[in-house]
Design a protein around this ligand. Structure first.
Ligand code: SAM
Length: 427
């Protein structure tokens, strides 16, 4: 039997490459110490899947024949361990992959011998294997969806020529970023030089679990923190967070505008429950409502001085944290852009005179961000762009002074998820 860590990795790879699905957030929860090996192995297989498959092809007797997913998974896992995980012995890398190939559920039994032969041969010179794999073109690991997302990320900054630089950056596992909620900066954490309250964990420092459990801080991406560092000094008494779970931005809003009445909407019951619990643990008050935000906004009464619409999106800006993104199905993009438009229409209708509406998505695709801003400018001419972000920080190196109403960090110069956002105010 392969170890649970390898079985979990194989399941995750089947989910992504067999079903086009995402790796579930809690896929490695019960692995204990083995979670590190599993995370490293899954990350390597996902980030280098194209090259691993390209290496296998010419080593087959008949390279033109299709190879079942069970064989591809077993081979990718074996090769990744041999090439890039020097702490894993030859024996473990080869034998456990052969056992996986023999598994009824996860492998393809007729190819047990093939997996054994290929991996044994590769194990004879692991450095040569790593060199061969590393020498294959990185573009093999990119799908058309990735090419389109990267082009969309770079074009607004005139940086189309830097696609390989951006892709190389996205292949490095991201540095975790935190937000200080109360108390002192814990020892070992580094304050971000640009964003007050944003903290980094230097390499080698242990994950600050007790500090997080005491609600003194939270994990929050640097782009989310920069988005919420908007400059806005009009009075705010009623706030709406329209798509709120898991509650990172609700927390920031509650702390920043303490005293204001905060309503937080979330459509999924489990996520709404988690949002309520998180806010309670942090000692923050908000009226959490489990509802479809568009329906709720279209039917409930009252308006808001500040509305945040952190809309559901394709997540194209999160592929550094989610290396499965290139390989999952993106068929639901039209549904998502339709939902975003409906949510934006409904939110804009509930903005109080003098109020501020911020729309954001963790995606670079123009149809999820800039296209909605352009549409809104025509549909609601009474809403003006609100220049609430320092341009030097969030518009990239092409803008160094003044403020901007469009939040779009240059992905080459920015450490953080890919984000797009815009702000409008009602006169
Ligand atoms: C990008 S996430 C929000 C992240 C959150 N603002 C934070 O910073 O922690 C989008 C959220 O919107 C929720 N959602 C999706 N469709 C929705 C809808 N129609 N109404 C309300 N919430 C929705 C999703 O379940 C998800 O939790």
């Amino acid at each position: 039997m392969p170890t649970p860590a390898r079985i979990h990795v194989a399941h995750a790879l089947h989910e992504v490459f067999g079903e086009g699905g995402r790796v579930p957030d809690i896929w490695d929860r019960d692995l204990g110490e083995d979670a590190h090996l599993a995370q490293a192995l899954l990350g390597l297989c996902l980030r280098r899947w194209g090259r691993l498959q390209a290496w296998v092809k010419p080593n087959l007797k008949d390279p033109t024949r299709g190879v079942p997913l069970g064989t591809r998974v077993a081979l990718a896992m074996g090769l990744a361990q041999l090439a890039w995980l020097p702490g894993v012995s030859d024996h473990a890398a080869v034998n456990e992959s052969v056992e996986l190939a023999a598994s009824r559920e996860l492998g393809f039994l007729p190819h047990k011998g093939l997996v054994n032969a290929l991996l044994r041969r590769a194990a004879k010179d692991r450095s040569a294997l790593a060199a061969e794999l590393d020498a294959l073109p990185p573009a093999l690991d990119r799908t058309p969806a990735v090419e389109r997302a990267l082009a969309a990320a770079l074009a607004p900054h005139g940086a189309e020529g830097e696609l390989e630089v951006l892709w190389a950056r996205l292949q490095k596992p991201p540095r975790p970023t935190f937000r200080l909620l109360k108390g002192e900066v814990p020892e070992g954490m580094q304050p971000d030089p640009e964003l007050p309250g944003c903290l980094h964990l230097p390499e080698g420092e242990s994950f600050p679990r007790p500090w997080l459990e005491a609600s003194c801080g939270m994990v929050q991406d640097r782009s989310s923190q920069a988005l919420l560092a908007y400059v806005w000094d009009r009075p705010v008494t009623r706030i709406l967070d329209a798509c709120a779970a898991p509650g990172g931005k609700t927390t920031s809003l509650a702390l920043r505008h303490s005293g204001a009445a905060l309503t937080a909407l979330e459509v999924h019951p489990k996520r709404a429950l988690r949002l309520r619990q998180t806010l309670q643990q942090r000692g923050l008050e908000a009226h959490v409502i489990q509802a479809d935000a568009a329906e709720w906004l279209e039917t409930a009464s009252g308006d808001f001085d500040l509305i945040l619409l952190d809309a559901p999106c394709s997540g194209s800006g999160t592929m550094q944290k989610h290396p499965e993104w290139p390989w999952i199905s993106h068929d639901d993009l039209p549904r998502l852009t339709g939902l975003q438009r409906r949510l934006l229409t409904a939110a804009a209708a509930r903005l109080a005179p003098g109020g501020l509406l911020i729309y954001a998505v963790c995606s670079w695709l123009p149809e999820e961000g800039v296209a909605h801003a352009e549409w809104l400018a025509t549909a609601r001419p009474d809403l003006r762009p609100a220049e609430v972000w320092p341009a030097a920080r969030v518009a990239g190196r092409e803008a160094s002074a003044g403020a901007t109403a469009f939040f779009r960090p240059n992905p080459i110069a920015w450490e953080g998820e890919g984000f797009q956002g815009f702000a409008v105010e009602r006169s």
